[in-house]
Ligand binder design. Sequence first.
Ligand code: PMP
Length: 455
Amino acid sequence: MQTERSRALFAEARTLIPGGVNSPVRAFTAVGGEPLFLSRGEGAHVWDADGNRFIDYLGSWGPLIAGHAHPRILAAIAETAAKGTSFGAPTELEVRLARKVVGRVPSIEKVRMVNSGTEATLSAIRLARAHTGRDRVVKVEGCYHGHVDALLVSAGSGVATLSIPGTPGIPAAVAAQTTVVPFNDLDALRAVLEAQGREIACVILEPIAGNMGVVPPRPGYLAGVRELTRAHGVVFILDEVMTGFRVAAGGWASLSEQRGEPIDADLYTFGKVMGGGLPAAAFGGAAQIMAQLAPAGPVYQAGTLSGNPLACAAGLATLRLCTDDLYARLDRTAAVLGTLATDALTAAGVPHRLQRAGNMFSVFFTDAEVRDYDSAKTQDTSAFRAFFHTMLAHGVYLPPSAFEAWFVSDALDDEALEIVAKALPRAAAAAAESAGGGAAAEGAGGGAGAARVAP
Ligand code: PMP
């Protein structure tokens, strides 16, 4: 694979941008080698600066649920741009997008738009603190909510990928206001709430953890969080930046209903899919809490580009494409892909575990049950590294991190799946070799390589 142009751009970027990238996981630090600079995307494909074509399973880390450069989304952006790109005054598109969000998530009555998931979670926390008159935040180990000071303690995603134990620059006094509990562990949360309940403003978590690899909530876990937070007067924030409008029409809130375990949080945060690849995000909840935001109430929150017309137009066009049929197709695609991956890894004798929730799934290079961050960290990241680079060399662009979901899009067709099916046995063999056992060469079919598949 020719990568001269990417290499030259990365060299230049490193002289101008710290680490050469504008968001750390893009740098390929966790998988080694140098990042490819992408120059074009269409449907299921992306092209790098040297003209190499890949099937894209990164999807801009989640937003591109309809694939790249979808004609309807492009048309909506172009039509809107022709009328002006930003006003700093209210526009009808904001009202339309707000109605779409409120209409899709039953327990949301009001929503405020922002530009990123980070802004959504930091604003939701401020609101929860104001609403309760308490300062402490409880977060879950391995969940990532953006680079918010209070939430970078034991965070997943890039923090997990780069093995950063904590982040310098966060005042000790701020970090001390955060209590961390393990995912899927109600007893730990109960103990914290019993000990510190009166100081705790909010509990924030991802309903399906996606930033330590995909870890679904155990049956009853989220309902238990709901019950405990209510009992202690604590605001429950469901961070649906990744799951929102991705796993079902109303995100986890509606998927959980379909599963017969409906939950309602006090505040929700959204991003990614709701901006259709442009910077739109939001937080919302019951009118009574949201009414405390300025100018309706005293809690200040603002943004020059919040509710930007182009982002709203892209978000609206994307959500219009997100029908029940689309979610059914994505579920099927994720199931097929997951089976292809697990079959190839099993045949090569690579210990692994496939975990899936709706259309979000990931492959952990461990045979331990992954129910929280500690178990996610048992995976063999060197096996992932070899797997990742072999997939890339065979035309498949996966998220460059062992702690991430594979993001499927509606643009993935039979050709895209065939390319993956061809690449997988080679990548599995590379993973087997790097794990040191040479199991692939020995043709081991079961034993250490037997997959465990979680729902
Ligand atoms: N919350 C979750 C669950 C996320 O996955 C992310 C980003 N991966 C964020 C918040 C932060 O969003 P952003 O990168 O848009 O700031």
